[in-house]
Write a protein that binds this ligand. Structure first.
Ligand SMILES: [Zn+2]
Length: 109
């Protein structure tokens, strides 16, 4: 399943976001491995958000909602309409990240 960056439109495979993107941050290999087995709700604490931001990532409530990605041009601004739509869907589907990813894919979000 692919979801798209709300800023540059780059498609990202959800599996990559869940299992691989964390290894491109400065988090140690062991910690990144441990991160992958955290419940989804605990994956974006302030500490991890900061690490991801340093690597070019910004997310909504979960990693499925990509607001900015490493492919974004430096000065690009997120598409606010997209950000709001995706935030609303995220609110609606809560912890069901699989369902959220499927919904984003169906609507090419
Ligand atoms: Zn992007």
């Amino acid at each position: 399943m692919d979801v798209h960056c709300s800023t540059c439109g780059e498609p990202w495979d959800v599996y990559y976001l869940w299992h691989d993107a964390v290894f491109d941050t400065e988090i140690s290999y062991e910690e990144a491995k441990a991160w992958c087995s955290l419940p989804h709700a605990q994956r974006l604490t302030d500490r991890y958000r900061e690490k991801f931001r340093a690597a070019g990532w910004e997310f909504g409530q979960g990693v499925v909602n990509v607001v900015r990605c490493p492919s974004c041009p430096k000065d690009a601004k997120p598409n606010l309409e997209l950000v709001q739509t995706k935030a609303a869907l995220e609110e609606l589907l809560g912890d069901d990240e699989d369902g959220l990813a499927a919904t984003f894919e169906n609507h090419r979000l």
